[in-house]
Design a protein around this ligand. Sequence first.
Ligand code: ADP
Length: 395
Amino acid sequence: MKILSVNAGSSSLKFQAYEMPEEKILIKGVFERIGIDGGFYTLKINGEKIEKKADMPTHDEAVKILVKELLERNIVKSLDEIEGIGHRIVHGGAHYKESVIITEKVVKDIEDLSPLAPLHNPAHVMGIRACMKEIPNAIEVACFDTAFHQTIEEDRYLYAVPNEWYEKYDIRKYGFHGTSHKYVSERAAELLDKKYSNIIVCHLGNGGSVSAVRDGRCVDTSMGFTPNAGIVMGSRCGDIDYSIIPYLMKKTGMSIDEIDTILNKKSGMLAISEISSDFRDIEAKISVRDHKAILAHYLYVNSVVDYIAKYYVELGGADAICFTAGVGENSPHVRRMIVDRLSCLGLKLDRDKNEEMRFGKEGLITKEDSSVPCYVIPTDEEVMIARDTYNLSNQ
Ligand code: ADP
């Protein structure tokens, strides 16, 4: 059975085609600059990388090209072979606790949640509509980034603000990167060979979040009402004292939108390092002892360690701490700083193993006698989407 896993952004559309249930990737690719001049797409098939230019005024054209490529490359002989299409959806609100088959009502709900995820949800709807139009016979499935966090209890998801804000305006913690936290915590439980386990997952990418998972259920997570809360990120500030905002508005005359843009796009590692939001650029400057690059790393590590320590207590101890996503999978430097800071809890880093674990490798990075084992587990949100889509398409 062939399944597509789709992640539609405002000007891009990423996809992977799977043979299920084997979970074999048949082809994957990304369409970029949709709706912008200079559109192009890249495909990866059998180790070969192909890049082509294409004019794509809307997501419809991207999906049309995707269909053409699938047919021409004999991935499918007819479109009917694609039985399910799973879409990554950033915000599912408090209603969606798991993946669902997409109906008109689901599309409307995703649209209605757009004020909570203005950069993502409208784009997901464009992706869904394009797939419905070009591949009409497939079952479409929505997989929500928020769903895994719906097991968080009231005393952890409420903010200490008037109840009315929650009741009328849905102000509460939602949490994001749920598909990744679910994948990594499930994989860690497999590696530990322990179904009942306390796992702390550090999803450290350009955006980042830490979550606490008990027996496969999320107990808490660092992102909040929006993906701006929690740890320091590439260009997002993470947790700050909210009073900074009205103070700065009065002091500088900046509008709320201007401040919002700064906190979203010009803060985090970018702001402190004054180099880049990309850890690779900042790490390159650490080797020449750039003070701001070093300081940015300390702020970052402090924020991650704070959450690990908090969740260690919240869970009453941890069976594993896992690192994933761009930074978590590829930066031994950041992992070393984090694990060394946790040595007071008895964690012992294996420096050689830590250096080895990069570029898609999975494995242990702590010594045998470390109080808590730490793992690098490359995340795979696409396969989670394909699994849910396969299961729902078979019902
Ligand atoms: P997102 O999905 O949030 O865009 P990713 O999980 O793809 O983010 O992570 C991207 C980030 O990972 C990059 O911005 C960069 O900071 C970091 N990264 C990628 N490769 C490396 C590396 N080799 N060393 C350090 N950081 C890296």
